[in-house]
Design a protein around this ligand. Structure first.
Ligand code: F0G
Length: 482
């Protein structure tokens, strides 16, 4: 589908779908939102969904399904063992990725558990372009370490580079030599690098990185959870790729890797996950872990209905008109906010629009969690739920000191096919207001701090009464009922 032209307007991002089922939203008045965020321990994961107007926490498991996905659920074949649904899923993934062996798992982190349990030994080093929280947690759980070798330019918030998720190839080779290949169980390449702003990695870089891994006999693993955004960017941004179909690009990427895993909550628009393993012996060596942790080998903890929906979702992820919607809405959001002067991660990537909290609220010291505070302020100022992706999402060093994140981000995810352009405009508007009142946002401190993945369940408090003062200013602008 070519870009739709307007008569009296610049082109706008266009929804290439229509709404068939809706969920009613409510916007609580601002005073109630202050109360709700306090009750949630200043942790947006602890908010109740009914208290949220725009849920931009994540795209995980909340992408809209299509009519064809819902229809497919009806033919789910329930069986403890040998479900026909599983064979359909395996065949579809083989058709797309060219890998015949599938281990099903209930979601992405379950795949990470299986991979870490099978391959990582104490003091092993897993090299990656950048970590994802759960991937790293599973590797460190079994005593391994993570080395992140994204190019330095990937961590520069304002940029016009097309592939900020690229791994530094020189550092990769040096790291393998320093660690010795025997101590590197696998190299993990994350498509659509989540924690640095959903930034893509180029095909060329994946090829070069996996060539290096092969030279040293190291397994190559692709985290394909955010592959669909990455595919879009390869097609539109990478030299020599624009005439290739999404399916062709997918296959070129897949051919580089020994193992591909994914969260079906992202890739596939449903809820589940899976690991594709090229080598049959390797596949057999991992098989026993699935019944142990997930469920039998033909469902892996997933509902067969979700599996059927996902099979259709995989096909839809191969359609340019489907996968372009997220990045185009994100670009619109990022461009509008940047034009207003709001510090954003640029260029817009996949997954969501990312505010650079270290600039946005530069007066909040990193030990008071600027991104954590900003994400709470965003909820107060519009009922918008984002996600902290900064120091709160890290874990402390072994000596108890804070491990400061290299980027302090607030992510406003745009789940696929969910929000309209007017809702996106509302978010842009409220972020602009918040930016103009940014000095009113104060810090946070922990009241209850879990050791692992503290951002999920931690309870915090504001360092002053800044939430109430911010709400007063908001009321003066928009009224008490907004
Ligand atoms: N890998 C990547 C790149 C992810 O973004 C996620 C999840 C996972 C693995 C784990 O998958 O949630 O199905 O267990 N990301 C979600 C997010 C949670 O909101 O960014 P999962």
């Amino acid at each position: 589908m070519p870009e739709i032209k307007f008569y009296k307007h610049e082109p706008l991002p266009m929804e290439m779908h229509k709404v068939k089922i809706v969920q009613q939203l409510t916007l609580l008045p601002v005073d109630q939102r202050v109360r709700k965020i306090r009750e949630a321990g200043f942790n947006t994961f602890q908010l109740h969904n009914g208290d949220i107007f725009m849920d931009m926490l994540t795209d995980s498991g909340v992408n809209a399904m299509s009519d064809n996905m819902l229809a497919a659920m009806m033919r789910a074949d329930d069986a403890y063992a040998g479900s026909e649904t599983f064979f359909r899923m395996r065949d579809k993934l083989e058709e797309i990725f060219g890998i015949p062996n599938l281990l099903p798992a209930h979601q992405g982190r379950a795949c990470e558990n299986i991979l870490a349990t099978r391959f990582v030994k104490p003091d092993n080093c897993v090299i990656m372009n950048y970590h994802f929280t759960t991937a790293k947690a599973h590797i460190t759980r079994v005593g391994g370490r993570v080395e992140e070798l994204v190019k330095d330019e990937g961590l520069v918030s304002k940029s016009n580079l097309p592939f900020k998720g690229n791994i530094d190839l020189e550092k990769l080779e040096a790291c393998i030599l320093k660690e010795t290949p025997e101590n590197v169980p696998f190299i993990r390449i994350e498509a659509g690098t989540n924690l640095i702003g959903g930034q893509p990695i180029s095909y060329e870089n994946m090829k070069a990185a996996t060539d290096i891994a092969k030279k040293y006999g190291i397994l190559t693993v692709l985290d394909a959870s955010l592959l669909q955004d990455n595919l879009y960017f390869i097609k539109v941004r990478e030299e020599g790729m624009k005439d290739k179909s999404i399916r062709e690009i997918t296959r070129m990427i897949a051919d580089l890797f020994d193992i591909i895993y994914f969260s079906g909550r992202k890739f596939g628009f449903a809820r589940g996950g899976g690991i594709l393993v090229r080598d049959i012996d390797l596949f057999h060596s991992m098989e026993d872990l699935i019944p142990m942790f997930e469920g039998f080998l033909t469902y892996g903890g997933m509902s067969v209905k979700e599996m059927e929906a996902m099979i259709v979702g995989f096909d839809e992820s191969m359609e340019f008109d489907v996968i372009s919607q997220g990045p185009q809405f994100i670009k619109y959001c990022v461009d509008q906010l940047e034009a207003y002067g709001v510090p954003m991660i640029t260029p817009g990537g996949g997954l969501g629009a990312h505010l650079d909290a270290s600039q946005f609220v530069s007066h909040i010291p990193q030990q008071e969690y600027p991104a954590g505070a900003l994400v709470c302020a965003l909820y107060i100022c519009g009922g918008i739920r984002g996600m902290e992706r900064g120091t709160l999402s890290e874990e402390r060093n072994a000596d108890g000191s804070e491990r400061f994140a290299s980027m302090e981000l607030v992510r406003m995810a745009l789940p696929r096919r969910v929000f309209t352009l007017s809702q996106t405009e509302y978010v842009i508007d409220r972020v602009k207001w918040l930016y103009d009142h940014r000095d009113m946002v104060g810090g946070l401190r922990f009241v209850h701090e879990p050791k692992t993945l503290r951002f999920f369940t931690g309870i915090l408090e504001a360092t002053s009464d800044w939430p109430e003062k911010l709400a007063e200013a908001y009321k003066a602008e928009f009224g008490a009922d907004q």
